[in-house]
Design a protein around this ligand. Sequence first.
Ligand code: NAD
Length: 479
Amino acid sequence: MALKYTEIGEIKKKINRAKQSFTKRQFELAQLKNGQKEDLRFRISQLNKLYYALKDNEEEIVLAMQKDFNRTPFESVCLELVPLYGDLLKLIEILPDLIKDEKIKESSPIFGLSKVKLQRIALGTVLVISPSNFPVNLAMNPIAGAIAGGNTVVWKPSELTPETGIVLERILKNCLEPGLVEVVQGAVPETSALLKSDSFDKIFYTGSTTVGSIVAQEAAKSLTPCVLELGGKSPVFITENLSQDKLRKALRRTFFSSFASAGQVCVASDFVLVHESQYDAAVKISKEVLQEMWPDFNDKTDFTHMITQRGYEKTRETLDSTRGKKFDTCVPGYRGEDRVIPPTLVFDVEWNDPLMKNENFAPVMPFVKYHNLDDAIDLVLKDHDYPLALYIFSTDNQEIDHIMRRIRSGGCMIGDTMIHVSAKDAPFGGIRRSGYGNYHGKWTVHAFTHERTVIYQPYFTEKIAKLLGPPFGNKKLGI
Ligand code: NAD
């Protein structure tokens, strides 16, 4: 089915519907004696409906991703849907406690007789812009967060995964209250119209660092706060003290993330820095591991395609321009059709090689040999600082701490890669160039609410109130 972009004139109407629906809802809740309870009931019921609608339509969703980029059904379910279901259930479980007003014990004497509380209020109408590589999870997760926070939403799916965008739009329309989530389909002009509309109380953007910067600059014009979930080159360190057995495990766990969904994962291990003492063994073992993972890669192998033709060509060009380096693919000489790039290891890569410039975002794994750990860290800091993830395979705790202290990253895994994103009770997010703002677990609710301090001041404290104001004439400050 062809994706129809939302007409520019229609975008304003959709924004207004979402905004009016928020205002109307606040007004209605304000009329109720038990408004807070009713508000929670509504949010939970919408989240439940979303959860069951996604589960009920799982087959169609998986098929849509298969049509969009031949995403293998196993990866769609295992990497995208199962973590999403877990996040939704967690949100439903923790929401009642999280949005309760919190009593604050305030120690300033001036508030000794006051009631002080923290109230987590809805922001209003939130814009969610989602990427192509996890077109379900990275859209539905923030949308659910926005609903949990009591907001209404305008959602802009990625135009690069049109089938998934169409299916999800229909699911949302059928399962949620009208006006809660408005969908704007489109590409750059439509997204620009949304960003320029100065209509949102927050923007939650997931995508590339380049576009993230455009979003943040546009948002800054109207002081709209953003959460930016961006990309980058996440390094893997394999240091000198691993046994052969641990080295094999390290390489397998590294390849899991560099080749999952054809490497189009924001927290994919992007390149591996291997200590020279391990290098030859790493080359030998990694070829064996690749063979184990794909013993017979051919045209029928269930392997996710590159999402775009441009991404496919760019990767081919970069691989071609690294001619002379030692390659290993599970199918030597194979030049995939249909946007297929087989898992490819590139050995003896130097820091200045084209493969080391930008996020690979492809099933390509460059190996860089290092002699001195601090020199290797310096290179990361110079060119790819603030990665979204940092992965370390080492058994020396001091060395692990040393790497972690020197490289600031969004997240960090020691002894594995990528799966930290599925932790339901821990925050996920980038740092500086890999983005800002966290979500998952209680951080999702924090991302979509404002913490308001509310103080009830009794009238009988008039004496204190008078002390603070004029006339100042004969008042003493006590200094
Ligand atoms: P992208 O930045 O091209 O697109 C993301 C969204 O931005 C889409 O909805 C798109 O329509 C919109 N967009 C594109 N160009 C725009 C422009 N000039 N102005 C306004 N809007 C524009 O990203 P993508 O290719 O879909 O996704 C891949 C990138 O996203 C990778 O860099 C990856 O690392 C990153 N990513 C990050 C996370 C995270 O959680 N940190 C998760 C997934 C992907």
